[in-house]
Design a protein around this ligand. Structure first.
Ligand code: RIB
Ligand code: CA
Length: 320
């Protein structure tokens, strides 16, 4: 039986790859998509999402608009990473579709509670929508299998030295989600930064006959220039798509269940603190340990196998 999933996205180049994979893989049933400001402004994220679902041959998946900015922070787009349009300049046909006439929170609430089996909620963006949902309708936790989120890091950051963009963008939201009592799986930068498609393969797709393959190749080929003098290297990272791959092929990742929390103050604001110790420390022995939440953390990955799973799925199963 296919895993029922809902994706929360800030489409973005790699969110687009994740959406294509989620539609294509036969072991996933994409119930709905909720949009949030992050990589781009909300209106752009919604339009990008609708266009990508049209490309994937999934025009019936409901899409809702959510938060226009984080709970506390101002919106800070990642246009330097994903381009002004959020898709790295990739021009897709305009969509004839509109988002549903309800908020992301309402679409999430209604879809989760109506599904006959527990739903897997996949967060690939700042977790503002999820925090609003869990604070407004905590009853949804009863029909959530788990939350799989692309975010955080047990090592280095990207938005800052220690914080990953999705968590850094809305740290309060991430803290609320972690503490909502729903089992969480963290697909952080420790594995996110390792799963890539070789350049020659991306070029082959981009120049090939397969329409979806051409779009995937173009998205993989988008280069990130963080400043005028930053030399934009090819990375080929599948990014968010790897988090969705982990649902259908968990055996390709090495995970550990570890205490974690989100830092909300100081220079480390937005950092996901992960306790990797193998023995208690003074904080635990003297009863001064703060509240930490056990989270399944992806710390290792068979990167080539995940990249192959992604490519094989989108090329073989999306409209040619
Ligand atoms: O840090 C990477 C994450 O931030 C990805 O989800 C990317 O799409 C951006 O949202
Ligand atoms: Ca994203």
């Amino acid at each position: 039986m296919a895993v029922p999933v809902i994706l929360d996205v800030d489409t973005g180049v790699d969110d687009a790859l994740a959406l294509l994979f989620a539609v294509a893989h036969p072991e996933l049933e994409l119930l709905a998509v909720s949009c949030v400001a992050g990589n781009a402004a909300l209106e752009q994220v919604v339009d990008n999402t609708l266009r990508i679902l049209d490309v994937a041959g999934a025009p019936d998946v409901p899409v809702a608009a959510g938060a226009v900015r984080p709970l506390l922070e101002p919106a800070r787009s990642a246009s330097h990473v994903h381009g002004a349009d959020g898709l790295g300049g990739l021009v897709l046909p305009a969509t004839s579709r509109r988002p549903v006439d309800e908020s992301a929170v309402e679409l999430l609430r209604r879809t989760i509670l109506a599904h006959p089996v527990p739903v897997t909620l996949v967060a690939l963006a700042p977790q503002t929508n999820l925090a609003l949902l869990l604070r407004t309708h905590p009853e949804v936790a009863g029909n959530l299998e788990r939350i799989v989120f692309m975010g955080g890091s047990a090592s280095v950051g990207n938005a800052t030295a220690v914080a990953e963009f999705n968590v850094w963008h809305d740290p309060e939201a991430a803290a609320i989600v972690l503490d909502a009592g729903v089992p969480c799986y963290m697909y952080g930068l420790d594995v996110f930064n390792r799963v890539a498609v070789p350049h020659e393969r991306a070029l082959e797709l981009e120049q090939g006959e397969h329409r979806a393959g051409r779009i995937v190749g173009a998205l993989l080929g988008h280069r990130v220039a963080l400043s005028e003098d930053d030399h934009a290297e090819y990375t080929g990272l599948i990014g968010d798509a790897g988090a969705v791959c982990s649902i259908v092929a968990p055996e390709l990742l090495r995970t550990e269940r570890r205490p974690a929390r989100v830092e909300l103050a100081g220079y480390g604001r937005g950092q996901t603190l992960v306790d990797l110790r193998d023995r208690p420390g003074e904080d635990l022995l003297h009863g001064v340990a703060d509240e930490w939440t056990p989270v399944e953390i992806a710390l290792g990955v068979d990167a080539d196998a995940v990249a192959a799973l992604f490519l094989d799925t989108v090329v073989e199963r999306l409209p040619a």
